[in-house]
Write a protein that binds this ligand. Structure first.
Ligand code: ADP
Length: 446
């Protein structure tokens, strides 16, 4: 029997385009699948950020990434919207993308056993496969897996837009697309998929009908021992050079240069999901103590306004970077002592896994994937790997940060903790195996 053929369809893929964790997943899971013997290819839109002149590229050891080109739809600076909000033609853009995914398979003569769809932007693929392409022999053996990375974004549009999908109006019904008199792409995608998986812990409890598979990170990319973007490489054996990364970042960002001052990092989309309102309530008090805060993020305007104000008030101990910057992100992970993720909800979260690798101790709210991966550190037993809180309250966040800052003063214990988290394994190894089991099950191999 030949290799299982998988096409990973994603609206963002590292290193070509990224707004959040989906891009990390779509750029790293295929590498793990390939190593496990899957014939995997990837497909994504050709945005302005995709520099290749060709309509495909290679990642990892020969994995093909197909780009779907349509300059009117995708040759734009941003992926989903600009400062005026979501692009008004998003439904057309991703309907086009989804159909092109199927057409491209035919042009490349690549008959996938599985099309692995991710989030609402690809939700129309299982729909088209089961409607417009239902009797197409090319796809006779193609099954779909739909992975929900973030349930909060479902691709909801006014019903007037439905005709743009090129589907029968009959599908605008409660069983398929209709959702409170609007069009919901994810809903229809879930209905038509052969299997569904999610990265979300809560849903894991319904394993009889649904597979919950935690994300991993590419441990080769996120590795302070080999990372060329950080100022000085370091390892768990001797994490002392982490201090040099802190000093250099302090110089680069105009903060006071002193490696003893605890540095608190935060890298995030600035969206309500991320718990920034909690931080807003305590940030002044926090910045009046001996700490440095470095933020990297972009998103809702209200948070830009808030953090710009903070930057003006505390120029010496706050560095506010309102942009997307992959290099700066790596430098922040490398320089930070504590890393904040106070999310309201977090399906999986990658920030905590990356910060572990770089020896930055996460301070997280106990929700979703954060709850599954971060446990409160107990100085008595040495168990745990971070600082956590459960109530969605500013005081609870503040007290978790304070516990972190207190421990930071206890150098010996702190360094032990840093060494420990740096060796935790959140690579794709285990999760890729889970996906392969699921692919095999759907395609009828076992
Ligand atoms: P989400 O997918 O909800 O955005 P995750 O924690 O799963 O959250 O993934 C976030 C990813 O995006 C991480 O790799 C993080 O480092 C990265 N990231 C978020 N904002 C920025 C930014 N402004 N610049 C660089 N990287 C960012």
């Amino acid at each position: 029997m030949g290799k299982l053929k998988v096409l990973m369809a994603s609206s963002e893929v590292v290193p070509f385009a990224k707004t959040g964790g989906l891009a990390d997943v779509a750029g790293s899971l295929p590498l793990a699948l390939e190593e496990a013997g899957i014939d995997v290819r990837v497909i994504m839109p050709k945005y302005a950020s995709v520099k290749s002149k060709e309509d495909e590229a290679i990642i990892g050891k020969g994995i093909k990434v197909y780009f779907v080109k349509n300059d009117d739809y995708f040759n734009r600076k941003e992926l989903y919207g600009d400062k005026f909000g979501d692009y008004p033609d998003n439904i057309e853009r991703f309907a086009f993308f989804s159909r092109e995914v199927l057409e491209r398979c035919k042009r490349e003569d690549f008959k996938p056993d599985i099309i692995h769809c991710n989030d609402w932007q690809t939700a129309l693929i299982p729909v088209y496969l089961n409607t417009l392409y239902k009797f197409d022999p090319f796809f006779a053996n193609t099954k779909t897996l739909f992975t929900i990375h973030n349930m909060a974004y479902q691709g909801v549009f006014p019903k007037e837009e439905f005709p743009k999908l090129g589907l029968d109006w009959a599908l605008f019904s409660i069983r398929y697309f209709e959702f409170y008199d609007k069009v919901n792409l994810m809903k229809a995608g879930l209905v038509y998929s052969d299997a569904i998986s999610t990265v979300e812990g809560v849903l894991k409890t319904r394993e009889d009908v649904l597979s919950g598979i935690l994300n991993g990170i590419d441990a080769r990319v996120w590795n302070p021992e080999t990372d060329k973007k950080i100022y000085k490489k370091y390892s768990a054996v001797d994490p002392d050079d982490k201090g040099i990364n802190k000093e250099k970042l302090q110089i680069e960002t105009g903060l006071k240069v002193d490696r003893e001052i605890p540095m608190i990092g935060l890298i995030s989309r600035l969206a309500d999901q991320k718990g920034l309102d909690l931080l807003a309530k305590i940030i002044s008090e926090l910045l009046n103590t001996k700490v440095q805060f470095i933020l990297l993020g972009t998103g809702d305007n209200k948070y830009h306004v808030l953090f710009e104000r903070m930057a003006k008030m505390y120029p010496k101990n706050a560095s506010i970077n309102l942009k997307f910057d992959a290099v700066l992100a790596q430098r922040i992970y490398a320089a930070s002592d504590l890393f904040l993720i106070p999310s309201r909800y977090e399906p999986c979260g990658l920030g905590q896994m990356i910060s572990f690798r770089y020896g930055a101790i996460p301070v997280v709210r106990q929700t979703g994937g954060l709850k599954d991966s971060v446990a409160e550190f107990d100085p008595k037993t040495g168990e745990g790997n971070g600082f956590t809180f459960s109530d969605y309250k500013a005081e609870a966040l503040h007290s978790a940060i304070k516990r972190g800052l207190n421990l930071y003063r206890n150098r010996a214990v702190w360094e032990e903790l840093v060494r420990k988290v740096m060796t935790l394994d959140y690579s794709w190894k285990a999760s890729a195996k889970e996906y392969i089991k699921l692919y095999d099950r759907i395609s009828g191999v076992s």
